[in-house]
Design a protein. Sequence first.
Length: 128
Amino acid sequence: MPSKPLRPCAYPGCHRLVTSGRCAVHRKLSKPTPAKREIDKWYNRAAWLHARDAWIEDHPYCVECGSPEKLHVDHIIPHKGDWQLFWDTSNWQTLCHSCHSKKTMQERGLFNTPGVLIPRVIETHGDD
């Protein structure tokens, strides 16, 4: 009986060949840690949902490509569980789903392709 053909791992950016699903390395990553589950709860709180909707209403276009579709509020600097940074609106930007996914993959080191989205750094110039 012939075996199943190999295909790339289902994890974004991984090219390891598997018979189905994710490779051994990425199967472990599919189960969030308790800390990750706790941070994920922040995104389901009514306060965040309201703040996110208000932000997108005031900033209705992706800052990278200008799309008004499927918008996310992105943390420019990943908050990594820092509650103050999570709520710091100077650290927020609007990204469409596609640009947000690219930025997330880049932050996680899944690709580093020249010319692909790099997190924006906004410079402020004081009076000299």
